[in-house]
Structure formats: C-alpha cells, structure tokens
Design a protein around this ligand. Structure first.
Ligand SMILES: Cc1cc2nc3c(=O)[nH]c(=O)nc-3n(C[C@H](O)[C@H](O)[C@H](O)COP(=O)(O)OP(=O)(O)OC[C@H]3O[C@@H](n4cnc5c(N)ncnc54)[C@H](O)[C@@H]3O)c2cc1C
Length: 415
C-alpha cells in the first residue's frame, strides 16, 4: 500500500513495527515481520518514482547462500532467481588479471561444500523491484515513500514518530534501517565509532567477449581492491576502490578514457570489454553504532554497521540482522513478552553485535593490509594466502563463511 490519502487526515496509526528506511534491509525486515503476522509501517524519504528508476543505483550485490535462503523464505527469491548469477568460485590474488595465476592466489570453489553455489550476484534494480512489488502485495505493510521521519519519542507502551509532513505514527517497536548516517540512532543518543578510508569505490558494469564461468575475482592493488563479479549474460560488475582523487578523475573521464584506464588492471582474460551503463561512486568508510538498541528501538543494517565492501559482506550482515530480529520478535511474542521490551532487544543485540563488530574489524584490517605496496606486508600477505590455499580445512572454512553458513543461523537462514 503506497502513501494512502488518509495519512494526512488521521493523526496517528498503530503498528507493531515502525521501520525507518526503505533501502534494502528495511523492506527485507518489513516482509519478514509481515510474514510472521506483525503489522508494519515502513517509511522512506525517497519518492517511489526515484526508487523504481533503473539507473538509480549501479550496484550489484554478492549475496551469500544464507541471504538467498532469507529472500526465499520471505517469498521474493523465485522472482529474482532468473536474473541472479550463481557465484561458483572466488579467486583472490595480489597479481593482475590476464597475467596468469599467481602462485599465492587463494581459490575457493563451491564444489568443496555441500550447499549449491556459495552465493549469487544480483543487480540492485532487480532486488529493489522485487522488494517493492512484494511490499505492495502485503496487507500487513503500509509503505510510505517520499516521507521523512524528523522526530521520535517513546514511553512505556510504545513509540511515536513524526514525519516532516506533520503526520504521526505509533507502534510498539521502532527499527532504524536508515543507513550509515542513521538519524534514528542519533535522535536516540546512540554515538558512533568510525573513520574514512580516503578511498572511493567506482562501480560500473561491463560486457565481455568470453564467459566468466561464474568466477568472481578480487585483485589487490596498492591503492585499493578491484573486484570483478560475474553477472548474467557475459557481463561483470566492477567495484574498483581507489584513492579519492584518482576515483574522482576516473569518474570525470569519458567512457573511452575510462576503459583505457581500466584495461591494464582488468587484464585480457575475458577478451574485449565495453561499458554497459553509467558509472557510480561511493566514498568508503567504517561506521559502527556504539549500541544496536535503545528504549523501544533496534538498529539494523548499515544503520548499525557500515563496513568496507572489500569482502562484499555489508548487505549480507544486514540481512542476518533482519533474520535474527524477526526470529527474536517471534520468540518474544510466543512467550507473551512485549516485542519492544528491554529483554527482547537485548537478545537481538547479543546475537548480532559481536558478529558484526568482528566483521567490521576484519574488513578494516584486510583493507589496511592489502591496500599498500609495502614489500614486507606484501610478502606476509602472499605467504598467508598461500597457506590458506594449501590447507583444505581452512579453505572450506572460508567458503562456508563467505556463504554465510557459519555460526548460529536464524530460522529464516536455516534453509
Ligand atoms: C561499492 C559498494 C559495493 C557493495 N557491495 C556489496 C556486496 O557485494 N554484498 C553485500 O552484501 N554488500 C555490499 N555493499 C554494502 C551494501 O550496499 C549496504 O550494506 C546496503 O546497501 C545497506 O542497506 P540499508 O538498507 O541498511 O541502508 P541504505 O541502503 O543506506 O538505506 C537507507 C534508507 O533510509 C532512508 N532514510 C534515511 N533517513 C531517513 C529518514 N529520516 N526518514 C525516512 N527515510 C530515511 C534513505 O532514503 C535510504 O533509502 C556494498 C556497498 C558499496 C558502497
């Protein structure tokens, strides 16, 4: 249901959940909660027309196997599957594409684990569309787009948010899915820890002559990693992290000059390449909320933890928050507890905070270790990669982690 006319007439509406932010984690949580029988209002500042635009965001996501299970569990995977590229192998190297395999490369093959592909590459436009369509069909979800939350209050019974339009909405639990600069967290007095990397990711898609065979490549360059991720139909998504100045120059180039700059890093292993759309840039940084909960409030996704895309895990971590929160809320209701109570929220935070803080620190360390040309560090990381690659147990551990299959899995991710 989109922006009902009565929104401006009624002074308030009652919900189980109020979700601020309709990016990716917000809609996933709305659908998971609605499926469990909770009533939800989800609010996003962006107008629906912008969100439906095909070129709105050039990103593609490497979705882990466990994230696919969540999307299947909330009923949207069947619609996405035809546009999803299975990720069968990952090759990580200090060398460059087209220069032959480095003796130090790490090679992860899905055949080493029982579950099918370790993940899928899905374009933002397909994922976004599937979320919007599914939310519009759910009678448990009210979706308000083009509306901004400007204030929030709580009492022992519930929470109230105020929109810029003046309308007020009440509920039992407020969930901030409003991204890295979460106003929901800020208004609740939750501080953040973080820093910038002085790097910007340049993102685009290319088509190429030769098939990628479902292999994702990660090349470590001195100024930042270059990821070449397989998309459907002989296309690949590029996530090229560079220094801010170099990234600005790459974005300013015309298409031919950009391809000239990309080719030496990309190599020739996929034959001729050409751009298939626009280029986008994303400044990179780390941001961690010092708490994932407050009174009648939970933070989910980038609002709780925004990490470096080096391992393609940001959205996967957010979807795990979604699955964990949905699990905790259902359990809470089953026990007759208040879903906004301190005990309920503490269980969510306990489940997710350690895991995501570890991920944030690991991506931070990897980026520092690999984004430089120091010969000592280069030697150390090459030996490290060689050791992981030579140890089947370690390799399988990495594959299961990349597939999101380690740790305590919430119900929606158990398959
Ligand atoms: C270059 C790059 C590549 C990446 N690749 C991967 C990958 O391969 N795999 C992966 O798992 N992750 C990846 N990520 C991470 C992933 O993109 C993010 O983790 C994910 O998009 C976060 O989604 P979100 O819904 O939490 O936040 P966002 O997408 O930031 O959504 C927040 C929403 O909140 C809304 N909002 C904010 N304030 C208000 C307000 N006051 N009122 C109403 N609405 C509000 C905004 O309009 C926005 O729509 C990548 C990130 C980058 C930068």
């Amino acid at each position: 249901m989109d922006n009902p006319a009565w929104l401006r007439i009624l002074p308030s509406m009652e919900n189980d959940l109020i979700i601020v932010g309709g990016g990716l984690n917000g809609p996933a949580l709305a659908l998971a909660a609605a499926q469990a029988g909770f009533s939800v209002t989800i609010i996003d500042s962006l107008p629906l027309d912008t969100r439906k635009r095909v070129d709105f965001d050039g990103r593609s996501y490497a979705l882990a196997h466990a994230s696919m299970r969540l999307l299947r569990g909330i009923g949207i995977w069947d619609g996405i599957a035809k546009n999803a590229q299975p990720m069968l192998e990952i090759k990580v190297t200090d060398g460059r594409a087209g220069e032959g395999p480095s003796p130090w490369m790490m090679h992860f093959d899905h055949a080493e684990i029982e579950e099918e592909p370790m993940g899928y590459l899905v374009e933002d436009r397909h994922l976004r569309r599937a979320f919007l369509d599914a939310m519009a069909e759910s009678h448990k979800i009210t979706h308000l787009s083009g509306e901004t939350v400007v204030a929030q209050t709580h009492n022992t019974a519930g929470v109230t948010v105020t929109l810029a339009s003046g309308a007020q909405i009440t509920g039992r639990l407020l969930v901030g899915c409003d991204g890295r600069k979460s106003g929901t967290a800020e208004r609740a007095g939750i501080k953040r820890t973080g820093w910038g990397y002085g790097q910007t990711a340049v993102v685009c898609a290319v088509s190429h002559e030769r098939p990628h065979d479902g292999i994702a490549h990660q090349f470590f360059m001195p100024s930042g990693p270059l990821a070449i991720l397989p998309l459907t139909k002989n296309r690949s998504s590029i996530v090229w992290s560079e220094t801010d100045a170099r990234a600005a120059a790459l974005i300013a180039m015309n298409d031919d000059d950009f391809l000239e700059a990309l080719r030496p890093a990309f190599g020739s292993f996929l034959g001729q390449i050409s751009l298939t759309g626009a280029r986008f840039s994303y400044p990179l940084g780390l941001t961690l909320a010092n708490s994932f909960i407050a009174d009648r409030l939970a933070l989910v996704g980038d609002a709780a933890h925004g990490v470096h895309p080096i391992a393609g895990q940001g959205l996967n971590a957010g979807l795990r928050d979604v699955a964990a929160l949905a699990h905790v809320l259902e359990e809470s209701r089953g026990r007759g507890e208040d879903i906004g109570s301190a005990q309920t929220l503490a269980r969510y935070q306990e489940w997710r905070r350690f895991d995501t803080t570890t991920l944030a620190l690991a991506t931070d360390t990897f980026n520092r270790l690999f984004s430089n040309d120091n010969p000592l560090l280069r030697a150390a990381r090459d030996v490290g990669m060689g050791m992981v690659n030579a140890a089947p147990g370690l390799r399988r551990g990495f594959i299961r982690r990349a597939a999101g299959l380690t740790g305590d899995l919430p119900r929606l991710m158990q398959g």
